[in-house]
Write a protein of this length. Sequence first.
Length: 365
Amino acid sequence: MSNAQTMYALNLDQIATAIRNGGNKRTILVQGHMGTGKSSLLNTLAAELPTHTACYFDCTTKDLGDISIPKLAMLDGDGSDYVTYATNEELGAHHEGPIILMIDEYGKANPAVKNSMLRLMLERKIGSYALHPDSLVFATTNLGAEGVGDLLPPHARNRMTVVTSRKPNNIEWIEWGINNDIDHTLLGWAKDNPQLFASFEDIKDPEENPYIYHPRDQRAAFVTPRSMEAASDWLKQREAFDDQTLTSLLMGTIGARGAMDLMAFVKLADQLPSLESIKQDPHNAKVPDSAAAVCMVVYRALAALEKEWLDPWMDYMVRLDKEAQGMFANGVRAPKYSKQSMVFTNRKFTDWCVEMNYMFAADKK
C-alpha cells in the first residue's frame, strides 16, 4: 500500500457514509486487510436504511452459472420464442424497491465472474433486469499485498472508486467491543497490547510482531479484529473447558503466541470481584492489585452497566486509582457508547465529574 493510500485510508464509518451518499451512482470497491470488518458494512447500511433490502453475494463460492442462467421466453402476439436470463436471487435484481448489494471478496472471483459483474457495477443492470435507481452497490476485496489472490486488473479498477479501509487501533476496537458484547478479558488484553492491531506493512521481519498476519510467514492462525471476536466467543464459554482445551481453541483462533499471552489474562480475570459483590457491597468488594485486572473490571462494568446498579458502581469506582477512573470516564464519553445517556443523567456520576473537575456531563447530548 502506498504512503498516500495509508494516509487517506478511511475507517468503516467513513466508508459507510460514502456508500450511502454515492453508492447509487458509483460502485465503491473497499480494499483492506483481511478480518477488519469490511463485511460488516452491509449490516451497518441496512440498519441505517430500513427502506432498502440487504443483499449479499459471495464471489468466492460462485461460478458464471451462479450469476444468471438462460431461460426460454415467448413474445406476446405471434408466440415467437426467445432466450432471456434468470439472475441469482442473491443479486437482488428481482426486488422492486431499492437494495443494498454487497459483492464480497470480488478480488477472489474467477475471471469470468469478475467480468460478468462489471456491467452490474457500472450500469446497475444484469441481463434484462435493472436495479432500482436508489439501490446501493459496493464490493470488497483484500489488499493484493497480502498475497491472498486479490489482485485486480486495471480495467476492473477503472470502473469503480477504490477506497482503502484502515485497521482500527486498539482503543477504537475496545470502544466497539464494549458495545458489542466482547469479553472483558479480551478488552483488557487489547488495552495492554496495541501491537495486536498493527499492519504487517509496518514491519520488515515477521518475528517483530508474532501476533499478526504476515505474507512472509506461514502462521496457521493470527490476530485480526475478526479472530478477536471469535476468541471472545470461546472465552465466554471458558467454564466448560479445562485450560488445555481453552488454550488449544485459542491457538486455532488467534495463533500460538496470542493464545499463550491471552491465557495469562484469563487467569488474572478469574481473580476479579464478581459483579454481584460490587452491586451488594461496593464499599468492601475486592479491588484487584494489578493494573491489568483493574482495567478488566472497568471494561466489564462499561459493557454490563444497568440503571439499577449504577449507584453502587459509582461507589465502587471511586475506590479505584485515578487512571482507572479516567478510563471509565473516557469509555462513557466515547461517541458510540450505548449507555451514555443513562450514565450522564446519574446524580452520583455528575457529582463525581464536578468533584474531579471532569466536565463530562457537559457533553450530554
